[in-house]
Design a protein around this ligand. Structure first.
Ligand SMILES: [Zn+2]
Length: 324
């Protein structure tokens, strides 16, 4: 399904839909098991990097298989959307629409304002013919994610959002209010340190900017990218078993919970599952150096990701039970 109804219900209900990226079978299984068990609507995201890694044909049929798998797990009416994350050209978005995606993102946020509008509108005009919803982006997020990277961030300007949404016809808008891509969302210089634990405390999200945007566009679906929390338990596990992730820091879950209650109706989480996967694999490698069956380390990785997804759905986004 596309995102139209999902988002309308999420805004009304004060929760957000999880958008989880997937690149392989174990990740997809974990996402579907978590969504089916909690009866949460879910957005499966495919990035350009995932398409290059796993092949777009394979990913598309995996997503289709995931719907059947969800039913097999006892989820009678699965609410699953297949979404292109960070489409960077009309051709890429068109190819995903033609290929059966139910939603696409056109990210022209790095272009000048008028060019962003023109390209977004072109994608919207095409996608809407097939009832495919379109996410656009205004403002720039810092950080690195697959092929998307920026050294600096610019908050979305609330005075631009009405003009942008009206002229493009986009269905949802990704905004920049201080979230960031990747596992290193903030430099230690941008953070303060908790005097008790010595851990980094990131700067808070700009809820004033979010409020100003919502005032301009009442009830319009807002999307947050770069919203992994970088759970310290996974970072510690990775470091304990031979990894090296010093000072990785994410968005505190209380802030995402607060955002979920507003017009923010889609929250993107990718890095957290990468961390869970890596932590579980490292643990097996460290504790059982003789192990060489991939199922013996991908299996625990899948279990840990499923636990993570369920936690996000139930405790952070509040979307459990919303797709009975
Ligand atoms: Zn993103």
């Amino acid at each position: 399904m596309n995102t139209r109804e999902m988002f309308a219900k999420a805004i009304k209900g004060g929760y957000a839909i999880p958008a989880f990226n997937f690149n392989n079978m174990e990740q997809l299984q974990a996402i579907i098991k978590a969504a089916a068990e909690t009866k949460s609507p879910v957005i499966l995201q495919v990035s350009k990097g995932a398409r290059n890694y796993a092949n777009q044909t394979l990913l598309r049929y995996m997503a289709q298989g995931a719907v059947e798998y969800a039913k097999e797990l006892g989820w009678e009416h699965p609410q699953i959307c297949l979404h292109l994350d960070h489409g960077d050209s009309f051709e890429l978005c068109k190819s995903c629409v033609d290929f059966g995606f139910s939603s696409v993102m056109i990210d022209a946020s790095s272009l000048p304002y008028e060019e962003n509008i023109a390209l977004t509108k072109k994608v919207v005009d095409y996608a809407h013919q097939y009832d495919v919803t379109v996410e656009a982006e205004l403002g720039v997020l810092a950080g690195v994610e697959d092929e998307v990277s920026s050294a600096v961030s610019h908050y979305t300007k609330p005075e631009e959002v009405v003009d942008f949404a009206t002229r493009t016809g986009c269905d949802s808008l990704a905004i920049s209010i201080g979230t960031s891509h990747g596992a290193y969302k903030f430099t230690p210089e941008q953070c303060t340190r908790d005097p008790k634990t010595g851990k980094l405390v990131p700067p808070p999200l700009a809820f004033d900017v979010l409020d100003a945007i919502m005032e301009q566009l009442p009830g319009f679906p807002i999307v947050l990218h770069g919203s992994s929390s970088v759970p310290q338990e996974y970072v510690d596990m990775i470091n304990q078993y031979g990894g090296k992730l010093p000072d990785a820091v994410g968005i505190p879950e209380e802030q995402l919970r607060k955002a979920s209650e507003s017009a923010v109706c889609k929250i993107n989480i990718d890095s957290d599952s990468r961390l869970a996967f890596t932590a579980a694999v490292r643990k097996v490698f460290a504790e059982k150096p003789g192990e060489f069956d991939p199922r013996k380390y991908c299996g625990p990785a899948r279990d840990l990701m499923e636990e993570l997804y369920k936690h996000k759905i139930i405790n952070v986004l509040g979307s459990s039970g919303k797709a009975e």
